[in-house]
Design a protein around this ligand. Sequence first.
Ligand SMILES: O=C(O)CNC(=O)[C@H](CS)NC(=O)CCC(=O)C(=O)O
Length: 300
Amino acid sequence: MAASATVKIAISQLCSTSSKAHNLAVVRDLVSKAASKGCKMVFLPECFSLMSTSSKMTIEESEAVPDGDTVREVSSIARENKVWISGGSIHERADEVEEGKVWNTGFVVDDMGEFRGKYRKAHLFTIETPSVTLGETNTTLSGSSLTCIRNTPVGTLGLSICYDLRFPYLSSSLRYNGGADVIIYPSAFTVPTGMDHWEVLLRARAIENQCFVVAAAQAGRHNEKRSSYGHSMCVSPSGSVVSSGGGYSSFPSPPDDLPPPLKDFNVYADVDLGEVRKARERIQVEKHRREEDLGQVDVL
Ligand SMILES: O=C(O)CNC(=O)[C@H](CS)NC(=O)CCC(=O)C(=O)O
């Protein structure tokens, strides 16, 4: 059995704006801080390079992955700082499939700046309530396959994005079909749904899959129309919150009373894959799974 070794990671909590240049400068600064503290990998949130203010902007600013400027810039940052980077997500141009549409795509680059793979968000978020209205399907296409990346500094990394968090069988595929040790949920959760569900869902995904869960989150007010919940988190395979970035904890009278944007910062955590092994030895759910779990139901 491999000796356990602790790897330091950074989870960047951002309040991204509609300026790519600004957002990428923030990322560059936070990655260099993380590297100087000995981190081997940095995790960025969903839409780290751009929180658009309109569907038009989302489409116009979309890029190729891996051949676009943002992946290129993140690769240079990774190479210069000798750290792996999980690029939570950016808008990937999907014109070849449907004119004027994008995918919401996460990617990973290694510490030499090499592109290691990508994942297109499968579940698209649409909500209409008195306090929040969002329609991701207006601009975005669903991805149609899942991705794990092997041999990262934190073992096998299972990729997913934000709203995917609500679909537990996706995370189970990452673990059982992909061998994930760590599952990521780069996010831009809304404040009210984050308050109700964020932590409990992240902890549930960690517990049921006996994986670390790493969730880099957008936090604060991005523009007049959009705020995110924050509370970036690393959860251990036994379900304890090992570190948390904080964020909004109350939602008085939305959205005008929200406090100003939180500053961009890193949350640090130690990932010891020995804990994955221990959690799996202690409660042997892999062995106890049954075909019926995802099978037919007698409805009587
Ligand atoms: O594409 C962009 O510009 C940014 N994307 C997002 O912010 C996405 C889709 S609108 N947000 C979520 O999935 C929030 C999910 C959520 O809040 C929940 O599940 O409760």
